[in-house]
Design a protein. Structure first.
Ligand SMILES: [Zn+2]
Length: 337
């Protein structure tokens, strides 16, 4: 799979004690290099103000610029809209994270293939006017909006991070759909069972999961049941994957009790098949969470291998989906027919 990466992603919170730290992408890059999976690369670029403003109001961009300037050479401070630690590099790094996701999207579209934006800071909690949850700009939302604006058609954001992508959800509609599993109740408190909007041109589909010990087979089975149905109704031209690996067992921030590599492999195969069926193979991943660093590196490798090897999806047992989640996947199935 094509990978977009940039040394600038090792700035932003360098030397700050924080779970969302530069070592995350450094470790993934090293692991991919050792596995021979880091040769197929495209350069990142900076997102322009106009590209960011497809999702974020101009006043929010000005606010981020002001907040970062205020931190100055102090070690770190907070974004004034929420719980996101910033330092003097944060605006430049966040702009290139959104731009790296855009570059990966453009390569995926042009090459009718999959691409992985190995970026930080993550983006899916950044609402249009409110950065929060370690996120400054909505990388997935910016890429999905850019695709719809420049190519037409529909983008489907697939978010398997432990946490609900409230920011991406807030940017859905008008060609951008959003489907997510996430722990509930958990940070950020949104994505409950009533937050559904069944409209092909801007669907919002949330399947909240218990915050711990959901298990690998139920997790994989839930996605194998959910994604084909959502895709059949939305008929996307591009998949944008908010790839958060904090679902993995042992993650210090998340942890759904899900084995990292088997789940990443199964989801990678499922996403690849879905992209082939509807999108001529076009899928762009962007890194979201994942805070146990060795586990994160292994899981990203498993995602790339699942795409590159073209393995068929191993079917999980649908009977493993608990009744509470099955009610929601059944509602999606009823919407499709
Ligand atoms: Zn997360």
């Amino acid at each position: 799979m094509l990978v977009v990466y940039d040394e600038l992603y090792t700035e932003h919170l360098r030397g700050v004690a924080h779970p969302e730290r530069p070592d995350r992408v450094v470790a993934v890059a090293e692991r991919l290099g050792a596995a021979g999976l880091f040769g197929d690369r495209a350069p990142a670029r900076d997102a322009t103000d106009a590209e960011l403003e497809r999702v974020h109001p101009h006043a929010y961009l000005e606010r981020v610029k002001r907040d970062v300037a205020t931190v100055g050479s102090h070690a770190a401070g907070y974004l004034s809209t929420g719980d996101t630690v910033i330092d003097e590099t944060s605006l430049a790094v966040a702009r290139r994270a959104a731009g790296g996701t855009l570059a990966a999207m453009e390569a995926a579209v042009a090459g009718e293939r999959a691409a992985f934006a190995l970026v930080r800071p993550p983006g899916h909690h950044a609402e249009p006017a409110r950065g929060m949850g370690f996120c400054i700009f909505g990388n997935a939302a910016v890429a999905a909006r850019a695709f719809v604006a420049t190519h037409g058609g529909r983008a489907l954001v697939v978010d398997f991070d432990y946490h609900h992508g409230n920011g991406t959800q807030a940017a859905a509609g008008e060609g951008v759909s959003f489907v997510s599993t996430h722990a509930f109740p958990a940070y950020p408190g949104t994505g409950g069972p009533s937050e559904q909007h069944f409209a092909a041109n801007g669907a919002i589909v949330n399947v909240p999961l218990p915050p711990h010990a959901y298990g690998t087979e139920p997790f994989v089975a839930t996605w194998q049941r959910l994604l084909p149905d959502v895709a059949a109704r939305v008929r996307p031209d591009l998949l944008v994957v908010s790839a958060g690996y904090d679902y993995a067992s042992g993650d210090p921030v998340g942890d759904l009790g899900v084995a990292a590599d088997p789940a990443a492999r199964a989801l990678g195969a499922l996403i690849r098949e879905t992209a082939q069926t509807y999108c001529n193979g076009r899928a762009v991943y962007c890194l979201e969470g994942g805070y146990d660093i060795p586990t994160l590196a292994r899981a990203v490798e498993a995602t790339l291998r699942a795409h590159d090897a073209g393995v068929e999806t191993e079917r999980a047992d649908c009977a493993a989906i608990p009744a509470r989640q099955r009610t929601l996947t059944d509602a999606v199935a009823a919407w499709v027919t």
